[in-house]
Write a protein that binds this ligand. Structure first.
Ligand code: DX5
Ligand code: ZN
Length: 221
């Protein structure tokens, strides 16, 4: 059985205690740090920024998975690459010139991610699939932690996996963001996802025993 990757959503951390939070998550065996960037325009919220990415990069070697929920991200690709992103994910709905933007990410020697909102078809990936390292399927409408899981996301993952495989892109990974917990991981994993963004549903809850909560997420498949 293939190992899953767990990517804690750092916007759910205690920001007054970020250094210890990062260390604690590292010790709990996470694979990526998921960093949400919001512009108050593409989504109705603000989250983290390049300032935090630079600071986090100084204290960890865990890859930084930067999810841009911003309009027309072309202007900021170099900024986030220079700040320390290892993966930059853009929303296909936010890009007029998606081909150019994905080229720009590649030119900055960063892995390429493309995110799809719940209402966006995976078929839009076809013309640009050759650039992509990771497809991020949103299982909630982006912008806020703590939302309900959208059940059709499971079938969307399956369709996306089959579609990528049919194009010969079997190595492109599928990541899912939104209400990831021990209930939602098994069907999403069986549908073909391998990276899971852990937020308030599956990791940052209760007494925040990250080691125990991550073990539960890994053991549920
Ligand atoms: C935005 C975030 C949220 C959230 C995920 O992209 O990544 O989706 O923190 O975690 P939940 O839905 O479990 O709070
Ligand atoms: Zn995210």
């Amino acid at each position: 059985m293939k190992e899953i990757k767990i990517a804690p959503s750092l916007m759910c951390c205690d920001f007054l205690n970020l250094n210890n939070e990062i260390k604690d998550l590292e010790k709990s065996g996470v694979d990526l740090f998921h960093i949400d960037i919001m512009d108050g325009n593409f989504v109705d919220n603000f989250a983290m920024s390049g300032t935090e990415i630079k600071a986090i990069k100084r204290i960890t070697n865990i890859p930084l998975d930067v999810h841009l929920m911003i309009k027309e991200p072309l202007r900021y690709i170099k900024y986030f690459a220079d700040a320390g992103a290892d993966i930059i994910t853009v929303h296909i709905e936010a890009c007029t010139h998606i081909d150019r933007i994905l080229q720009e990410i590649k030119n900055n020697k960063v892995k390429v991610g493309v995110a799809l909102n719940p209402g966006t078809s995976h078929l839009l990936l076809e013309p640009v699939a050759n650039y992509i390292d990771v497809v991020l399927i949103m299982a909630v409408n982006p912008g806020f932690a703590g939302q309900d899981f959208i059940p059709s996301s499971i079938n969307k993952v399956k369709k996306t996996r089959d579609f990528l495989n049919s194009l010969g892109f079997n190595n492109v990974e599928i990541e899912v963001d939104g209400h990831i917990d021990t209930q939602t991981i098994p069907p999403l994993y069986n549908a073909g996802a391998s990276i899971f963004v852990a937020g308030t549903a599956g990791l940052f809850y209760g007494d925040r025993d990250y080691k125990e909560n991550i073990k539960k997420l890994r053991d549920c498949i």
